[in-house]
Design a binder for this molecule. Sequence first.
Ligand code: FES
Ligand SMILES: [Fe+2]
Length: 332
Amino acid sequence: MPKPPLSMKPTGWFQVAWSAEIAVGAVRRMTYFGREMVAWRAQSGEPAVMDAYCEHLGAHLGHGGHVEGDRIVCPFHGWEWNRDGRNVCIPYEKRPNPLRRIRSYPVVERNEAIYIWHDTDGREPFFDVPDVFTGFDDGSSAQDYYPGFPHSTLYRERLQLHPQYVLENGVDFAHFKYVHRTPFIPKFTRQEFEKPISYVDFTIAFDEIPGMSAEDMKSGVQAINGGLGVAVTKSWGMIDNRTVSAVTPVDDETCDVRFTVFIGRQSGDESAEPPQTAKTFSQAIIDQFLADVHIWSHQRYSDPPALVRAEYEGFIALRKWATQFYPEEITA
Ligand code: FES
Ligand SMILES: [Fe+2]
């Protein structure tokens, strides 16, 4: 599979874990954007993500580093670093080192997930991670949904695909019929690609939903794309569900893909886990997403693509919008 000709170092928010994977006091190793990183959670509950190597003599904090209070302690000589990557204590010296700093990443915890801000030029975040529960301004909140993790999630590591492929799905009306086996081609009612947060709404019906008659096939999806890394959706006219798809570059060739489904709570049900019917439905949504993943992970990016007239507007708008997230020098 050819490496995409698009930069694998885009600017934006990217999921690096689900919240529950980083317990208080935990230190977890990860590789994103070609860098070794650690994610850890302070005793206060706040998560941190930073480069993995200690600025003293280069020990890897993910191999024996531990959390004390709001600091991560290096296993080699006990130097302590805070969430901003600043050295706050050298145990055998009066003062910490004010000059050396471990590169740390802005972190947002939302949608049961941990996101980091990545920008090759070191700019501060200039847009926010869309909230899958409150982002649609319909009065919903997380309490209205069963948790998604771990039972309603999909995780695929190091696939040869690009975040842009996933978003192109949102304007690709024809694929729904062939990949998702929908009875008709969806109708787009909104395609707004300007600012870093973009919007797509369409009506769609899935014929495999049990018990649905042709009359009931009035359903649709609204999507909010927070840059290239995170897209959240809300459905209407079907079993109430919300999804988060997140694609995070690992290196110049591969990405990790995470997908989370939240099913609307049955009224009065406070349980932490969804009932079996909800799990079955979320699995059906995950299977649909997997059908896309299968295409994406083998596809070659086509540029310029051979589009029919009706495809032109959506694809061109999306591809133009995507360029704002790529660094000036695109690494081919
Ligand atoms: S290498 Fe980390 S304290 Fe020495
Ligand atoms: Fe799709």
